[in-house]
Design a protein around this ligand. Sequence first.
Ligand code: CP
Length: 313
Amino acid sequence: MNYLSINDIDSLSTWVKEAILLKKQSKKFKALGSDKTIGLLFFNNSLRTRLSTQKAAMNLGMEVIVMNFGSEGWALEYADGTVMDQGTSEHIKEAAQVISQYCDIIAIRAFAGLKDKTLDEAEEVLNGFKTYASVPIVNMESSVGHPLQALTDAITLEEHNFKNNPKIVLSWAPHPRALPHAVANSFIQMMQKQNAEFVITHPKGYELDPNITKDAKIEYNQEKALENADFVYVKNWSSYTDYGQIKSQDTTWQMTLKKLGKAKFMHCLPVRRNVVVADDVLDSAQSLVIEQANNRTYAAQLVLKKILESNEN
Ligand code: CP
């Protein structure tokens, strides 16, 4: 079993319930991972993913190896038949097989480069490991998805939702740097598995991949989108159409307490204060961001537990 996308979840509601139970008894399955090793390979920076996945593995009794592959590993080649006389030093074929001898699970973070849509969508790092590794692979945020974050967000929504059909808004926010689409993509895919009134709001030009948004409601008027919202998930992403470009820095899209109304505020973190969201939102009781970060451990722990159990069968 791999965990590469939110579509690897067979029943979201069951997984969320299991994760909430696991949170109450996080050390109960410590024997499951004894004598097992997970390798966490980071091609990009991280705080939450690195520490929460490590903690999740430790809660299951696993040993953890962490490698900052982007800065410390040999530059990998992914293409078949390449004459490797340029910048790459090692082929994914050898690297993935070698790491598979040291680890029982390999987890990978490799962001989109945001220069070449076709290359990013090919997910060459994640798919390279999937093809050549002989152990299960976990996506710790790839070019197009962040399924551990989306599972976390589903857990947090469940813990705070007291309605049958809550209104949940995904709102774009300004940011000085071009950011990937992965968090928004996986959040949308997760929302498509929920009973909720879901609205995406962003300025024109920030439409996400239509293969992901499908028939989700898109409202270009942020104020209108936010009316009577129960949860507001804020995230920046760069243009998908003009791939990786920043089309707007419109500061009026920043989330404020006034705009939030009575809704709960969600963000995956890290977040730029007073650019993406005002201080008073993050510092208010309406903010769920610290709880979201806490739930990263139990989302990761559930995924690792399921992988370990599937390998026992
Ligand atoms: N939300 C999240 O993935 O945080 P990190 O980038 O710090 O891991």
